[in-house]
Write a protein that binds this ligand. Structure first.
Ligand code: NAI
Ligand SMILES: O=C(O)C1=NCCCC1
Length: 298
């Protein structure tokens, strides 16, 4: 009989995860996912259950990597409510199973894993797509994702300035206290993004906060927050002007309100894969993984 699963919670996860190890692992996993070889990665689109009464959703995210012998699933709950709760608006649990017998090997707190995984994937997209001379990073949002994005982007790249903005200044003070480097707090999203080389959108808004007319040509946008088909962070102008990339065409077309509602033109998969084999190209330059979007305005 299999022994009880290891339980890896909070601080223990914190002590184990480092971007310098996570980023190369994720790059490898993204490459395998893009190869569409079922022995490498099987990752169906996520199943999402609305928690209407609580203004939230539960997503079930299973993955199997046969060659690596990894079978796992994440359960993630995310909420839109503003009830003053101290609990994070995104909570997750990761369950690791033995693929041979199905017994549970480990149960892990997935909150930090979600924060770090998401930010690391945005940073990987920037590594591949942003202009190498990028100097200014702008982050829209000041919550958990904003902090993890600040951490990995400043660890991996040398920006001269990092700007941050949040709706009604919410959370800006806490953000500045929590991050370990310099940051400029902006009074409007426009002020934050004008002239920025890299823009990260990590808000919980459902209407556009980032407008194409503010974004400088060649800027790289990692649009993370609008992960429901009726949520937006980017306006139609940006979506139509940029070039859109996705590593899961299906995921982007099922979950990304920015892709679905903007009516951005869809082209056939490109035949010149870079390090990842991008599966979708649109006139705007946006990268979408199953749960997020990144863009580069051409
Ligand atoms: N693509 C992905 O893989 C992931 C996406 N997300 C999504 O990213 C977003 C941010 O997540 P967290 O940082 O964990 O949330 P959070 O609750 O910690 O932070 C949300 C931020 O958005 C701001 N905000 C809320 N309403 C706004 C509005 N109307 N306009 C502008 N700003 C507004 C808040 O002031 C706060 O700064 C959420 O929508 C979440 O669902 C989260 C994790 C992974
Ligand atoms: O982990 C993810 O992927 C999430 N996507 C949407 C919002 C919650 C977390």
């Amino acid at each position: 009989m299999a022994g009880p699963p290891a339980v890896i919670w909070g601080r223990e996860v914190e002590g184990l995860l480092r971007y310098r190890e996570l980023v190369p692992r994720l790059e490898e996993a993204l490459g395998k996912f893009s190869s569409r070889d079922p022995a490498e990665v099987i990752q169906p689109g996520r199943t999402t259950v609305p928690l209407q009464k609580h203004h939230g959703f539960m997503g079930l995210m299973p993955t199997y990597m046969e060659n690596k012998g990894v079978l796992c699933t994440k359960f993630v709950c995310f909420y839109k409510r503003e009830d003053g709760s101290n609990l994070p608006s995104t909570q997750a649990t990761v369950v690791l199973l033995d693929p041979e017998y199905g017994n549970v090997k480990a149960v892990m707190d997935g909150e930090l894993i979600t924060r770090m995984r998401t930010a690391a994937v945005s940073a990987i997209s920037a590594k591949l797509l942003m202009c190498p001379e990028a100097e200014v990073l702008a982050i829209l949002g000041t919550g958990a994702q904003a902090m993890s994005h600040y951490n990995v982007f400043t660890e991996m790249f040398s920006f001269k300035e990092v700007r941050v903005w949040s709706c009604k200044g919410q959370g800006s003070e806490r953000f500045c206290r929590s991050v370990s480097g310099p940051v400029t707090v902006c009074v409007s999203a426009e002020e934050a993004v004008r002239g920025a080389d890299v823009i990260v959108t990590v808000t919980r808004c459902t209407e556009p906060v980032l407008f194409g007319q503010w974004v400088k040509p060649g800027a790289h946008v990692a649009a993370v927050g609008a992960c429901r088909p009726n949520w937006r962070e980017l306006d139609d102008v940006l979506m139509k002007e940029a070039v859109v990339y996705a590593d899961s065409r299906e995921g982007a077309l099922t979950e990304s309100g920015d892709v679905i509602l903007s009516g951005a033109e869809r082209r056939q998969p490109c035949s010149n894969p870079s390090e990842w084999e991008w599966k979708m190209q649109c006139p705007a330059q946006l990268v979408f993984d199953q749960w997020e979007a990144k863009s580069c305005k051409s």
